[in-house]
Each structure stands twice: as structure tokens, then as C-alpha cells.
Design a protein around this ligand. Structure first.
Ligand SMILES: Nc1ncnc2c1ncn2[C@@H]1O[C@H](COP(=O)(O)OP(=O)(O)OP(=O)(O)O)[C@@H](O)[C@H]1O
Ligand SMILES: [Mg+2]
Length: 297
């Protein structure tokens, strides 16, 4: 059963439209003919080389940018600008420096539920702050927090508004490895517990393997496409520290690395036979007789 929260339908992004004086008549296609559905409660990670348009797509989903072609539907309705049904977690957390942790989160809550009494707003904010492990730090200001704590506030703020869709653009990439690991675990636990639908960009293959139910592979730009969608074969109750004990982990990791190293650039010259951008190949890794996993589309 699929229940798409987001449906991306044939979107493209082009800059410098033909005939536009500043472009000298040339136009660059960043990506085109992208189709993707994100189902309710699903965690989707997007991987692709720098410049293929990942952030542009996320901004389009957030309603902060518009596609040059195609449409995006949120629960079946065409998306029209930013909305509190979608929360964005940026790499640079973008907290209000003059507000406390509680103030930052409560501000988002009160924008979402404008008529809620102050006590309810504070209660919701406190619950979100506790969920990311920041209970006790409610009255600190962003300048008094570490990078990891600031990012936690960003996550608390996004979750506190109970969005239909959580959009994350490399949210953990600026953190040290230890903090990144802890936050990945927290994010996964919270999203699973609450059935949160997530669309996340990452450069980190291991992060995608740990977090994602499906991994979307984008080819290099210009003219980027969705090359394939890989189903994560690892058990749903996987632990981050135990990933490397699972033989399926290595097969999946190799598959993703091979894509980034070779296939992401080869795709443009030689797309696979029968490639249909509306239905990119779904890759499942299956056990072969030798016990190894191999890709089946
Ligand atoms: N206003 C603009 N005019 C022309 N080109 C632009 C504009 N904004 C972005 N681009 C181009 O669009 C492409 C996609 O940018 P985007 O930030 O979406 O890439 P990305 O996949 O998120 O990359 P990274 O992994 O480095 O974050 C880039 O090549 C960028 O130069
Ligand atoms: Mg980006």
C-alpha cells in the first residue's frame, strides 16, 4: 500500500531561459524529467554529486523555489509556496540568536497553532526539546550552545510543528563524527516512533544506509536524472554500531559507491536500455546461490 505525501511529477530546473538578455540565449538544464513519490512514514535519502540539483529540489519541495516545468503535489494538491505542513532542517540551523532554546522552538509552535494558549505552546516546545535530549538547556541562547546542540534545537523546532514532511539538507555534515552518530540515532528513533515522513540529502553513504528506507541516486548534472531507487535491504531494527556485521551492508555500500564513482557520470552518454524517467529502475539486492548479494532491477 502506498500513500504518497509528496509526488514529484516531471519537474525540471533551467536557468537563463532562451531569449533572456542576461543569458545570451543559452539555457542550462540543472535537472529534468524527475518523477518521485515519497510515501507516508518513509525515510528517503538522496545521494548525488555536488551540483546535480539536490538542494534545488529540496527548496522546491519546501516551496522556496519553483520548478521550470512540472509540478509537485502534497497530499494530492499542487504545492503553492512554503507552508507549516513541511519543516526544513538546514545545515546551518538558522536559530534566532536573541531567543532562548525554548523561545526558538516555542516561536515555531506558536506560528503553527496561532490560537493555542501560552501554556500549551510551551508544553509542546518542552516535549520536542526533551525528545532531542536538551531538557535542562531550555533557557540557554544559541551562542551558549555547541554545534551539535544547535542542530538539536533545529531538529526540535522542526518536529515540534508536527510536519507532514521533514526536509533535511545535509543536516549533520558540519558536526564531529561522534555527535553526528548520536544525532543520526536520535533522528532515526524519533522519526520511526512518530511515523515521520522524511526527505533527506546526504553526501555520506553510511548515513544513507543507516537512515533510509529507500535511497534515490541522482546522476551528475547538468541535465541530472534519477538513475535508480535502491531499496535498503537491512533489517528495520538495525543499529548504527552493528551495521558492519551485516553482510548486506557491504553489498549495498559497494553498489552505492560504484554508482558515485562510475555510473553517475556514465549515465548521460549511455542511459540503461529502456530507461523511463517516470519509473526509474527499483534496485533490490538479492541473495544469490553463492550467498552474495547482487543487484536486481
Ligand atoms: N540562480 C542560479 N543561476 C544559475 N545557476 C544556478 C543558480 N542557483 C543554482 N544554480 C546551479 O544549479 C546547480 C544545482 O545547485 P544545487 O545547490 O541544487 O546543487 P546540490 O546538488 O545541492 O549540490 P551540493 O551537493 O554541492 O550541495 C548548480 O550547478 C548551481 O550552480
Ligand atoms: Mg546542496
Amino acid at each position: 500500500m502506498t500513500d504518497p505525501v509528496i509526488s514529484i511529477e516531471g519537474i525540471a530546473k533551467r536557468y537563463g531561459a532562451k531569449g533572456h538578455p542576461a543569458s545570451g540565449g543559452a539555457s542550462t538544464t540543472i535537472f529534468e524529467n524527475l518523477w518521485l513519490k515519497v510515501n507516508r512514514g518513509e525515510f528517503v535519502c538522496v545521494i548525488g554529486h555536488s551540483g546535480c540539483g539536490k538542494t534545488t529540489i529540496l527548496n522546491i519541495l519546501a516551496g522556496l523555489d519553483r520548478p521550470s516545468e512540472g509540478v509537485v503535489l502534497v497530499e494530492g494538491r499542487e504545492l503553492a509556496g512554503p507552508g507549516l505542513d513541511r519543516a526544513v532542517i538546514f545545515q546551518g540551523h538558522a536559530l534566532l540568536p536573541w531567543r532562548t532554546v525554548l523561545g526558538n522552538v516555542a516561536y515555531a509552535v506558536s506560528s503553527r497553532w496561532r490560537r493555542a494558549p501560552k501554556a500549551e505552546v510551551e508544553e509542546r516546545a518542552r516535549r520536542a526539546i526533551a525528545a532531542v535530549g536538551l531538557a535542562g538547556a531550555e533557557h540557554k541562547r544559541p551562542a551558549e550552545l555547541s554545534g551539535g546542540m544547535k542542530q538539536r534545537v533545529g531538529i526540535a523546532r522542526a518536529l515540534a510543528i508536527e510536519p507532514k514532511m521533514l526536509l533535511m539538507d545535509e543536516p549533520f555534515s558540519a558536526l564531529d563524527a561522534l555527535t553526528r552518530g548520536t544525532l543520526q540515532e536520535e533522528a532515526r528513533r524519533i522519526c520511526r516512533d512518530t511515523g515521520q515522513t522524511v526527505y533527506m540529502i546526504t553526501h555520506d553513504v553510511d548515513e544513507a544506509i543507516y537512515l533510509a528506507d529507500r535511497i534515490v541516486l541522482m546522476t551528475n548534472g547538468p541535465g541530472a536524472r534519477i538513475a535508480e531507487i535502491v531499496i535498503n535491504p537491512l533489517a528495520a531494527d538495525r543499529s548504527r554500531s552493528g551495521l558492519h556485521h551485516d553482510p548486506a551492508y557491504y553489498s549495498l555500500r559497494n553498489h552505492l559507491m560504484d554508482f558515485l564513482v562510475a555510473r553517475s557520470s556514465a549515465f548521460r552518454e549511455a542511459p540503461p536500455d529502456g530507461y523511463d524517467p517516470r519509473h526509474p529502475p527499483i534496485v533490490t539486492l538479492h541473495h544469490s546461490q553463492s550467498g552474495a548479494l547482487r543487484a536486481m532491477t
